[in-house]
Design a protein around this ligand. Sequence first.
Ligand SMILES: Cc1ncc(C[n+]2csc(CCOP(=O)(O)OP(=O)(O)O)c2C)c(N)n1
Ligand SMILES: CC(=O)[C@@H](O)[C@H](O)COP(=O)(O)O
Ligand SMILES: [Mg+2]
Length: 626
Amino acid sequence: MEEKDLMPLLDKIHNAADVRKLSRSQLPELCREVRQTLIDTVSKTAGHLASGLGVVELTVALHYVFDTPDDFLIWDVGHQAYPHKILTGHRKELATIRQKGGLHAFIWRGETPYDVLSTGHASTSIGSALGIAVAQHQLGTKRQVVAVIGDGALSGGMAFEALNHAGAFMDKGVNLLVILNDNEMSISENVGGLAKGLSRVLSNPHYAKLVEGGKKVLEKLPAVRRFALRAQEHVKGMIMPGTLFEEFGFNYIGPVDGHDVKGLVQILQNVKEIGGLQFLHVVTCKGKGYPPAEKDPICYHGVPRFDPAEGVHPTPFPSDRSFSAVFGRWMCDKAAQNDKLVGITPAMRIGSALDEFAKRYPDRFFDVAIAEEHSLVFASGLAAGGMRPVVAIYSTFLQRAYDSVFHDLALQDLPIMLAIDRAGVVGPDGPTHHGAFDIAALKAIPNLTIMAPSSRDELYKMLNTGFKLGHPCAVRYPRTEGVGELDGITLDDTVEIGKGRVLSEGAKIAVLCFGVFSQDYLEYAKEQGYTLVDMRFIKPWDEALVEDLIKTHDRIITVEDGVVKGGIGEEIASFVQRKIGDRKVKVLNLGLPDRYIMEGTRKEIIHDLRLDVSGLDETVAAFLKE
Ligand SMILES: Cc1ncc(C[n+]2csc(CCOP(=O)(O)OP(=O)(O)O)c2C)c(N)n1
Ligand SMILES: CC(=O)[C@@H](O)[C@H](O)COP(=O)(O)O
Ligand SMILES: [Mg+2]
């Protein structure tokens, strides 16, 4: 075993209390061991890497200073919490992270006593930590509350709603420490005025002096609090004239070096003494300690399995065969033809495959940071102002902007297209990331056309159709590769609004699919002699086709990559009931269950839900006997 693989300290750490048994001088070695464990494990499991590497020292210092789990520690998103999982009893289980039956991808309420709230969607940590802090004040406990939020997550409006509300508790005996983990990165570059403001601090030539000054001031804090804070004001005044956070009622401290574990311990101990509303600005390097990740933190945000000696090659972008890549290609093709087309993403440029579009059309590409609600309202303004916006947004994150789909798109009848990526089961990111609800949620909104392509060429044609429509519309597609070729498909190729297509003529059973399942079932349907339909449209769906089918089929199965409850299948079942008169036609709705789907590969989950061919075959056999 190589020297680097020896973990003498980590071998003694079974929970955070064990961390607190170490001397402060042992902490740098503990950080080395945690960092090595992270690289060794995640390179074998895949998952989130760079963010966790950047908070190793902060995580060690927090568990060293605060009496966790009695004191509360709330991580924003939770993708950076792998070091936290290692130190709180899951060092071995980390090898199961994001796998079926394994550790949750992010923080999961109850996974350990240290984890009181589940996370996964950004910008919630300050609000939930404030709630916990107010609860402790009401209950009269002395339990401390710490929120750790990244500079990307801090760009989310929810974070500012919480900061604003926190101000109501200034000098009221509520203790809350908000730690900004500032690595100047989101998944890609962090954007916006706040990011610029924070960068000004870090790029200031006096920054190093400021950090030293900050440390000196903080070292004196408890003893000469008034003087120390005045001195710190002076130091900050050079760089940070009246910080935004102090306007919200917080005492802003920093910026401080987020990789000096002993310095962090000292600062946290001092800040803990002060109490009240504290905002500690910690500066870190995303990917710290693994040079390829330091050099390219975007590439190492989410990694496939890789050899640490080799690094990750190529940078994990959506594969060429993915639906996301088709969308990215369509955006570039359409932008060349129509100069009103603009593309918007809430912080997911790479995952949405907008990288090439952003490079070719920088003036028509807008990354609005982690601000899904704003991405749609911004699009409404662009549209009202004469542009043709396309918003690329993950299904699960679109949930944040549901009201804007109604209020700022459909109600206004604006020509905006939503490219809803990660629709349906996504896989290892688990329950906070499956795009399970967009069909049920969006189909309730009047004046919204919703399409679900079954193949890559169909997606391209649907994007053409949606853009040509010139009214509010959405195209939803999964985080998978697809069948179908784009050769010969042009920007003029569209699909007929509201019309489905029969892929295989059969009898007895008609299987109506919304999305990719029709391609999965095609061979099976042909072999069994069942009718297979690619419905193409969730709204408006092809009533005439269904009315026709129920004249010749007495079993209808609907399949959607979304929840069955409130899904499109139930709508069809109700339609069939009204149309069959005295005929006996039974309808079975298949899709995602009324429960949360835990982590696993998409393939595993689809199999467990009996939505793959073998599952469908079993279901059909039973259905025919009913
Ligand atoms: C509401 C929401 N939108 C988007 C995401 C996707 N996402 C996960 S982590 C991340 C970047 C977070 O940046 P930051 O908070 O700075 O953390 P870092 O990775 O830099 O440590 C994004 C956009 C999310 N989890 N939740
Ligand atoms: C933590 C987070 O929310 C993102 O990193 C998300 O995991 C990205 O998902 P994709 O890998 O599907 O882009
Ligand atoms: Mg960041």
